[in-house]
Design a protein around this ligand. Structure first.
Ligand code: PLP
Length: 385
């Protein structure tokens, strides 16, 4: 028997309370019980998005919600800007290209963030942009784009909508959709939201609804107007992921018990700092700089002299510690330490200690315990504040 220590950037561990909530007897989605559950739960999610607008729930992965955001707002041939700093920015590019949008790609190297200066410069020659798409947290590199600043640039330098993929950010990273000029914000259930895969959450502001109402591109299952119409009755157009919504209600309870969403964000920032300081103490390089580092996932470069697949396989087989490797050009170069959702400083200490055990097994030269000590110092300092 063993316990798998899942430290992936999603899917992530599910709290027992959430599992139990999802095990409740099934209810029909056309009953007053469901209407209550839907209305109460979506209301409680609003602070996590930082919005006063309604939260819509799609029975899907994050990709379907990204696709819904694209297809409901832009028509084939119209111009869009897609900011891409890694694999998931490229996802947005593929969606937009598939629908025949004229895509202007603002691309940065993997491991870098898009700055407001980059975007100002990029928008200068473009006058007819319908939407700017951006990834808040680039899961492939552990970069958090400065979405607040990018939102301000979009609003002041164009008439475009600002559509944000928050899939690996929302629930762990700060989000102020309304104050940051985000017109549509999308996330999925299986990352910082502490749920299994299968539920997408999305919010649309009045500005974006106006564009959606005028958009002529047909959409059926992903038709957001139809979601809005049914949401006004506390329901969804088709059968929703009822059990996941029961689980979402328990997620909101847990966040309340932590002291509200700002405390949840604080925990994520603390874990980010613990992981980063631990790796620095072990002389293991990080992919990103501290300024743009993600609070939910850290990309760690292969410890010098080690073969990454062998090392990760060793951690998994011997210590049941499960990390994700790199994607695309970063395959074999980095591993990704997920510290989001149901993850605590004690989990970080555990993982760092096992990283060290693995390093010892491969005779990597380091001061034993240095990583744990560094992470512990960050943790203890936060407790004494
Ligand atoms: N966007 C980001 C930033 C992601 O990390 C992911 C999944 O890892 C997706 C989009 C796609 O979401 P899904 O796999 O739920 O469709």
């Amino acid at each position: 028997m063993y316990r798998n220590i899942l430290r992936h950037p999603g899917p992530t561990p599910i709290p027992k309370r959430v599992e139990l909530a999802m095990a409740q007897d099934m209810i029909s989605h056309r009953t007053p019980e469901f209407v209550n559950l839907y209305q109460e739960t979506t209301q409680r999610v609003k602070p996590i998005f930082g919005t006063k607008h309604d939260i819509l729930l799609l029975p899907s992965g994050g990709t379907a919600a990204l696709e819904a955001a694209a297809v409901n707002t832009v028509s084939p041939g119209e111009e869009v800007v897609v900011i891409t700093v890694g694999a998931f920015g490229d996802y947005f590019v593929s969606i937009c290209e598939k629908y025949g949008f004229h895509v202007h790609k603002l691309e940065k190297d993997w491991g870098e963030a898009c700055t407001k200066e980059d975007l100002i410069e990029f928008l200068k020659p473009l006058s007819n942009i319908k939407a700017v798409f951006a990834t808040y947290n680039e899961t492939s590199t552990g970069i958090l784009n400065p979405i607040d600043q990018l939102g301000e640039v979009v609003r002041t330098h164009s008439d475009a909508l600002f559509i944000v993929d928050g899939v690996s950010a929302i629930g762990g990273a700060p989000a102020q959709m309304d104050d940051w000029n985000i017109d549509i914000l999308v996330t999925g259930s299986q990352k910082a939201m502490m749920l299994p895969p299968g539920l997408a959450l999305l919010s649309v502001n009045d500005r974006a609804w106006k564009v959606i109402e005028e958009n002529q591109t047909p959409a059926y299952y992903l038709n957001l107007l139809s979601y809005r119409e049914w949401a006004s009755k506390g329901m969804t157009p088709n059968t929703p992921a009822v059990s996941l919504i029961m689980g979402l209600s328990a997620v909101c309870d847990l966040i309340d018990e932590e002291g509200g969403f700002s405390k949840t964000v604080e925990r994520h920032l603390l874990m980010k700092n613990m992981v980063r300081e631990a790796m620095k103490a072990l002389s293991i390089e990080l992919l990103t700089d501290d300024e743009h580092a993600s609070p939910t996932i850290t990309a760690i470069k292969t410890p010098q002299g080690l073969d990454l697949p062998t090392y990760l396989g060793h951690l998994k087989t011997n210590y049941h510690l499960d990390f994700a490797g790199g994607l695309g050009p970063l395959q074999g170069q980095i591993f990704r330490f997920g510290h989001m959702g149901y993850c605590f400083p004690s989990d970080v200490l555990e993982a760092v200690s096992l990283i060290e055990a693995g390093l010892q097994d491969f005779s990597y030269s380091f001061e034993s315990g240095a990583g744990v000590k560094a992470a512990q110092n960050v943790f203890l300092t936060s407790l004494r504040k």
